[in-house]
Design a protein. Sequence first.
Length: 174
Amino acid sequence: VSGKARMTDPACAGGALLDVGVYPLNFLDMAVGADHGRTLDHFDTSMVPAETGVDAQNSTTLYYSDGTMAVSTSSMLVSSDRGGYVWGTEGYLVVTNINNPESIDIYDNAHKPVRSIAVPPQLTGYEYEVADAANALLDGKIECEAMPHADTIRIMELMDAIRDRWGLKFPFES
C-alpha cells in the first residue's frame, strides 16, 4: 500500500493514521472509550515517517480518566491481522478483522473459549453504513444513531491532535 499516492503524498493527506489508523481508533472508542462513558485523559504517540514526510507507521496509547489504557497501531509498511483485542479482569475477546468483522470470540482468563459470535457475511462492511445512512435520510434525519456526528468529530479531533504531537502538517493546512 505504501506505493499509492493517497497513502504517501502529503498533498493528499497521506499516511497510515488517516488511511488505516482510523479503524483501530474507532474500534477502541467503541470497545472501551466514549461508548462506555470513559473520558480520554491523555495519550502518548510515536511514528516513523515515510520519505515524503507522512507517517509510515505509528502507535498511540490512549489513557482514560478511570485508568483504562488502549493501544492503537497502524502501518502502510506491513500487513496486520486487522484484529481487535480487549483484555479485562475476567478474560478477553478477539474481533477478527475490525475493518469488516467476521467473528467475535470470547475467552476466559485460562484462555478457554466461552462464546463465539458469528457475524453475518458482508461484502465490504460499508453496506451497513450505506443502509443506515439511507434509512436516516428516509426518516428525515441528518445523522445516523449508530455513528453520530459527535463521534466522527471526536475521532477526527483525536487524529488531528496525534498529528499535531508528531508535528505533521499537510501543505494545505495553515
